[in-house]
Design a protein. Structure first.
Length: 249
């Protein structure tokens, strides 16, 4: 477990962990059940920074925005890049081959820019509109929960996954993941969401799970499988769905 989490932290974050992990590809597949714990660890780092920023800025909203910026630096905008590339490719009105080429392009198009703008608006505006009803301890739990949602939501897409595009892509590392590992990850996620945000958090995560099936159908219709960008994009999409569901009232 420890080696797998170190491997995932090396892959998904900029945390300097200069350790060589053996059997890396095998650990990527078998460690999927620890995706929830990975989200928890990253969320705890983000939450610690949020707490420190609140003490410095004395504003929950400013601390929240600054903590989101810190997360970009912590992860190297890993999933945000996937969101932008996915939107540029899938919504380009081109054929499958051209969509995959667009997603491989390092440049960001208008669809990708708009997706990133709306992603952060959805993460920030609900906090601003509910600022009277939230405190820093709630925001700490919410920030941890968002990381759990993002990572655990991606894991569900590995279920009998087909890979689109070239086989040397990063997404191929998650082919042929055993079903029981994926669903154990989801059970752990639901337990953590209940501990962090109660039954409302659990129900909101269930909405994310339902949306993941619709997202999977859309992607398969477009490019007949998943790739690294479409997988990573769901980290952000899942967080948006969770926020909208959680703050629906």
């Amino acid at each position: 477990m420890i080696k797998t989490l170190i491997l995932y932290l090396q892959f998904f974050t900029r945390i300097p962990l200069p350790m060589e992990i053996d059997h890396a590809e095998e650990r990527f597949k078998k460690g999927i059940l620890w995706f929830t714990v990975l989200g928890l660890l990253i969320g705890l780092v983000d939450a610690l920074v949020l707490w420190g920023l609140y003490g410095l800025l004395q504003s929950t909203i400013l601390a929240w925005i600054a903590a989101l910026l810190f997360d970009v630096m912590l992860t190297g905008a890993f999933h945000m890049d996937g969101l932008a590339d996915m939107c540029d490719g899938l919504f380009s009105s081109r054929n499958k081959e051209r969509m995959l080429e667009i997603m491989k392009d390092s440049r960001v198009g208008s669809n990708g820019v708009l997706a990133l703008i709306f992603y952060y608006l959805f993460l920030i505006i609900p906090i601003i509109t509910k600022s009277i009803d939230v405190d820093i301890f709630f925001l700490i739990r919410l920030l941890i929960g968002l990381q759990v949602v993002g990572k655990s939501g991606i894991a569900l897409l590995f279920q009998q996954m087909r890979y689109a595009g070239h086989t040397e892509g990063l997404g191929r590392l998650f082919l042929d993941v055993e079903t029981w590992r994926i669903w154990l990850c989801q059970i752990m996620a639901l337990g953590l969401m209940y501990a962090l945000l109660g039954i409302k958090g659990c129900l909101s995560y269930v909405v994310v799970l339902l949306v993941s099936f619709a997202y999977r159908y859309l992607v398969y219709q477009k490019i007949d499988g998943m790739n690294g960008d479409t997988l990573g994009a769901f980290h952000c999409i899942g967080q948006i769905v969770f926020i909208l569901s959680f703050f629906r009232n």
